[in-house]
Design a protein around this ligand. Structure first.
Ligand SMILES: Nc1ncnc2c1ncn2[C@@H]1O[C@H](COP(=O)(O)OP(=O)(O)OP(=O)(O)O)[C@@H](O)[C@H]1O
Ligand SMILES: [Mg+2]
Length: 307
């Protein structure tokens, strides 16, 4: 599937399959193309080429079917600030075809579930950002659609609300709902997702389970030095060892970096440290983290559009 915005490829040759019942994370930095993909899958935007099907329905040919099968919480809030939380949810329930009583019951249940019962009769304009985000999430669940699409569901949430959201997503999936979520948070993808696809500049740069992605990132080289003035030498050693984006903890005099080939990186780092005359140190190899995968994959500059 492809989609261009003027001279930028928002999506380029993106191809993915999400299985029923799984939690699928689309992970990528700002501008990667996550929202563009979500907008295509929710029929708000057409692909320039390629096709997408949701629950078996083509998004261009059968948008109404796709919308009926999908609950969405967009990156920007779509609830109406001039209505109360309760009114928003019952309105959506009515739009989804419920009768008045069922709509009221659904609205009440969802407000309870997202800790909004006490604020249900207040105008949404008076909600905090996190409350609004929770209401968006609740709104996506109205009518219990088989697929829920969440665009950065926890961006801007406090830690408690984030954990609540993770729990809610986990419960949904346990109940058989398919969840597609986008996120810039590795921890979120790591914790929640059965499978993760990493996109950057509109292209898929990696895909697999969290463990599979970590395995592709190689190892993590850790260098600790005894003296503050030796930290720059440790950074040089890490860089010479082929590490990308080394992280430096000056207080702990510790430098860490992801490396593709652990053994040769270790040898190179030791030789640089010896050349620089740094002696009392600890050098070791550990397992790569999902951050390493992400930084290693997504820190390249934006390619120009070529036809
Ligand atoms: N309507 C538009 N007009 C022009 N360019 C756009 C438009 N929408 C998106 N883009 C561009 O397409 C690219 C992908 O944007 P998109 O919103 O899909 O990214 P994203 O992964 O959702 O990022 P974020 O994490 O910041 O939400 C970006 O370079 C963006 O500037
Ligand atoms: Mg976005």
């Amino acid at each position: 599937m492809q989609r261009r915005h003027k001279d930028i490829w928002a999506l380029r040759d993106v191809s993915l399959h999400i299985s029923a019942g799984e939690i699928f994370a689309l992970l990528g930095p700002n501008g990667a193309g996550k929202t563009t993909l979500v907008r295509i899958l929710t029929t708000l935007l057409r692909p320039d080429s390629g096709r997408a099907r949701v629950a078996g329905w083509d998004v261009v040919a059968h948008p109404a079917r796709v919308r009926a099968a999908t609950g969405v919480a967009g990156q920007d809030s779509t609830v109406d600030g001039m209505l109360t939380g309760f009114e928003n949810l019952s309105l959506i329930a009515r739009l989804r075809g419920m009768d008045r009583r069922a709509a009221r019951r659904t609205a009440g249940e969802l407000l309870d579930r997202f800790r909004l019962a006490e604020s249900g009769d207040r105008l949404v304009n008076t909600y905090s950002g996190g409350m609004r985000r929770r209401l968006d999430l609740a709104a996506s669940l109205v009518g219990a659609p088989p697929l829920i699409i969440l665009d950065e569901p926890t961006t801007g949430l406090d830690p408690k609300s984030r954990l609540d959201t993770w729990d809610a997503v986990g419960e949904l999936a346990a109940g058989g709902t398919t969840v597609l979520l986008t996120t810039q948070y590795l921890e979120e993808a790591d914790r929640l997702a059965d499978r993760i696809t990493v996109i950057d500049h509109g292209r898929v740069v990696a895909a697999g389970t969290s463990d599979e992605l970590k395995a592709t990132a190689g190892s993590r080289l850790v260098i600790m030095v005894a003296e503050d003035h030796e930290v720059p030498a440790a950074v040089r050693a890490a860089t010479a060892a082929g590490g990308y984006s080394p992280s430096v903890d000056r207080r702990a005099r510790r430098v860490e970096t992801a490396v593709t080939d652990g053994q040769s990186a270790l040898a190179r780092a030791l030789s640089v440290l010896a050349d620089e005359g740094v002696e009392s140190l600890e050098v070791g190899l550990g397992r790569a983290t999902l951050d390493d995968v992400f930084l290693g994959l997504t820190s390249r500059p934006h390619p120009a559009v070529t036809r």
